[in-house]
Ligand binder design. Structure first.
Ligand code: COA
Length: 333
């Protein structure tokens, strides 16, 4: 059987930096609260001419360049997002068109913060079976337009940011290198603990308009923060442990853990529970906030650029988020 390897990484973030200080001018919050509870110092908010798929396009171009392949070598696209350009179709087709990739297939993944790892797992299976040779896997999110930026929404809106990351997943030339395993989980009973209800088939647009939209909290993301936190700090170590056990490895074997950038306190808790050193964990939530499906590929691309991901390294990706969904991937780089 083939094995699948990540041959290129790329990311894109809008140049519009929004600091905690900026947020404190539009809602009742402050730099100290945000840093203490989340570790976030600033995040990026999209410019008017950008979109989920336009950020994905830039990240994809960077990943293609990093892989050193022609874009025509890509034979499939997997696009993870919770903030698509349109209700339908999903943004995979827009990206396919923008890249000029003829009629190759484009699959959209709806698994929120775990979206990139779920998408990577799908790519891994397609490469293993020999169906495709080079798959573009993208995570991109445009949160800023849909947040409640008043004091009512501060518990959620200070956390999320916009951005995109992309990977080229290819057939590995060596059986020793590549994705060793992926582990996917979900617990739908907690779907409404971190959710955006409308617009959807549960809350169609005419109903929101009839209610004079503005006071309808269903149009903004809802998060039961404490509940999410408690589950995250349990599920992250579990799913990382599951990957290590599957491959007869220990946490000391991990060269770099890239956790989904949910909250710096969550990452630090996981680091402590797994007994990992500062050098073994990569965080960049301080600069970008939580970018959901984009957070892991942005972090992986930055870590690679910084020389922290080298051939032969054992890289662990782990995610937890809305659904609830959680997932991990272990990669011999
Ligand atoms: N600025 C200032 N004060 C804020 C605030 C903000 N942005 N957001 C909430 N507060 C206030 C609350 O109103 C509350 O005030 P009160 O005690 O007077 O009622 C107080 O701070 C504590 O709120 P609480 O929600 O209990 O804080 P917390 O310590 O649980 O931290 C989160 C909130 C969201 C940071 C935390 O729950 C968390 O990190 N959860 C996980 C979130 C996450 O990772 N989500 C993504 C998953 S993919």
């Amino acid at each position: 059987m083939n094995s699948a390897i990540i041959t290129g990484m790329g990311y894109y973030v809008p140049d519009n930096i929004v600091t905690n200080e900026d947020l404190s001018k539009i809602m009742d919050t402050n730099n100290e609260w945000i840093i203490e509870r989340t570790g976030i110092k600033e995040r990026r908010w999209i410019n008017n001419d950008e979109s989920t798929s336009s950020m994905a396009l830039e990240a994809s171009k960077n990943a293609i360049a990093d892989a050193g392949i022609e874009k025509s070598a890509i034979d499939f696209i997997i696009f993870a997002t919770l903030s698509p350009d349109y209700y339908f179709p999903g943004p995979g087709v827009t990206l396919q068109k923008e890249l000029g990739l003829d009629t190759i297939g484009a699959l959209d993944v709806r698994n929120q913060c775990s979206g990139f790892v779920y998408a990577l797992s799908i790519a891994d299976q397609y490469i293993k079976t020999g169906m495709y040779e080079n798959i573009l896997v993208v995570g991109s999110e445009y949160h800023s337009g849909g947040l409640d930026k008043t004091t009512k929404g501060r518990g959620v809106s200070v956390i999320f940011g916009d951005g995109a990351g992309a990977a080229i997943v290819s057939k590995s030339p060596s059986a020793e290198r590549g994705i060793l395993s992926t582990h996917l989980h979900a617990q739908g009973e907690h779907a409404e603990e971190l959710t955006l209800i409308g617009p959807s088939t549960r809350r169609w647009v005419p109903e929101i308009i009839d209610n004079d939209g503005k006071d309808d909290q269903a149009i903004y993301p809802y998060m039961n923060g404490t509940f999410v936190f408690k589950h995250a700090v349990t599920r992250f170590p579990q799913v990382i442990g599951e990957a290590l056990i599957k491959n007869n490895l220990q946490s000391t074997d991990i060269d770099l853990l890239i956790p989904h950038q949910a909250n710096l306190r969550i990452s630090q808790f996981v680091q402590k529970k797994m007994g990992l050193s500062n050098d073994q964990v990569f965080n960049n939530i301080q600069k970008y906030g939580n970018t959901t499906a984009a957070s892991i590929p942005i972090a992986l691309a930055e870590a690679k650029q910084a020389g922290k991901v080298k051939e032969g390294d054992l890289i662990c990706l782990a995610a937890f988020g809305s659904g609830f969904t959680w997932a991990s991937a272990l990669i011999r780089w």
